[in-house]
Design a protein around this ligand. Structure first.
Ligand code: NAP
Ligand code: ZN
Ligand code: ZN
Length: 346
């Protein structure tokens, strides 16, 4: 066992603070990674505050991990000491079910998430990337292209794949008009990726101050979503809308902007159910869908795509001691556009 510094919570109400956790000694197929950077996802906040219920304490969040390999098990073939290595939201799955065999490990019935899953090796729960190091089976370790800045690439492991996967699944391409709702960590990556796929991109934001950034990130138009006149201009106009909002909001206002048979996909996961007016989907046979991160193969494909196009996240690097403040800013939509923890501060 390897004693490891970490930052997490002891219960639903406690702020994040330091404590020690244990990592297993690397088994034959494991890679030990000394963590350099970890992105801060709104899911970390939902989980530590038990907003989705199901959190087991203590909890160490973090699933946008980038570091350097320090040890490898004897059967590891893809990584060696000193390599950059990344870990996202998943660290294992059953590997036998149809979803796993199809590369959709995120839809496996027995996924092992990077944090807050039962840990099959040590018992207790898995602990995430707000920590000094992590030990992961090499099949769930990703390679980040070396031409990307490591700190700015770390959030690709969740914000990148969670937006890439639905944009690909719904075949977003040139000639399509695509809406991105919410310009936070996921939203800003969705704008960059939808633009790279050739779509006409419209950002819907509650923060008028983000307009210039949205255009710089690749939006062709920015709509302030609490302005009804600007919304009405877009009725029945969109081929696809990706909703990244973390809090309660009116999805019907966006559904009415879709063309016939077009889809609004939720990746944002607010704490409470979102009311759906039947008329929003009955009219024009519209669809509402959801999407969860992406599989391991697709995550590597996304990383390689981002490397080739030189796409990474716009980040604000923070020491771990500022994490509680960062959470409060995230709740105020004051993120530009992903906090990343410099783990040397731990
Ligand atoms: P984030 O950086 O906090 O961004 C969320 C954005 O939503 C905010 O920046 C804000 O954008 C908008 N927003 C916030 N409160 C709002 C409100 N009351 N009404 C309307 N808009 C509001 O969060 P994130 O890390 O991108 O995560 C977004 C959501 O996706 C979270 O719920 C997270 O748990 C979820 N998530 C899901 C998956 C998945 O696999 N499906 C993966 C990762 C994260 P504006 O200022 O532009 O309005
Ligand atoms: Zn995430
Ligand atoms: Zn499976």
């Amino acid at each position: 066992m390897i004693s490891t510094k970490s930052f997490g919570v002891q219960n639903q109400r406690s702020p994040l603070g330091p404590f020690e956790i244990q990592r297993r000694d690397p088994g034959p197929n494991d890679v030990q990674i000394e963590i350099l950077f970890c992105g801060v996802c709104h899911s970390d906040l939902h989980t530590v505050r038990n907003e989705w219920q199901g959190t087991t304490y203590p909890c160490v969040p973090g699933h946008e991990i980038l570091g350097k390999v320090s040890r490898t098990g004897k059967d590891v073939t893809r990584f060696k000491e000193g390599d950059f290595a990344s870990v996202g939201c998943l660290i294992n799955s059953c590997r036998k079910c149809p979803e796993c065999l199809a590369g959709n490990e995120q839809y496996c019935d027995q996924p092992i998430f990077t944090y807050n899953s039962v840990d099959p090796h040590l018992g207790g729960m898995t602990y995430g990337g707000y920590s000094q190091r992590i030990v992961v089976n090499e099949d769930f370790v990703l390679r980040v292209p070396e031409n990307l800045d490591p700190a700015s690439a770390a959030p690709l492991l969740c914000a990148g794949i969670t937006t890439y996967s639905p944009l690909k699944h719904w075949n977003v391409r040139r000639g399509m008009k695509v809406g991105i709702v919410g310009l936070g960590g996921l939203g800003h990556m969705a704008v960059k990726l939808a633009n790279a796929f050739g779509a006409e991109v419209v950002v819907f934001t509650t923060s008028p101050g983000k307009r210039a950034d949205a255009i710089r990130l690749g939006a062709h138009e920015v709509v302030t979503s609490n302005n009804p006149n600007m919304m009405l201009k877009h009725l029945n106009n969109f081929d696809f809308i990706l909703d990244t909002v973390s809090a309660n909001h009116d999805i019907n206002a966006y559904l009415q902007l879709l063309k016939r048979d077009a889809t609004l996909t939720l990746v944002g996961a607010p704490q409470n159910p979102l009311p759906l007016a039947a008329s929003s989907v009955i009219a024009r046979r519209r669809r509402t869908a959801g999407s969860l991160i992406g599989g391991i193969r697709e995550t590597q494909e996304m990383l390689d795509f981002c490397g080739a196009k030189e796409i990474a996240c716009d980040i604000e690097l923070i020491p771990i001691q500022k994490i509680n403040e960062a959470y409060e800013r995230m709740l105020r939509s004051d993120v530009k556009y992903r906090f990343v923890i410099d783990m040397s501060s731990l």
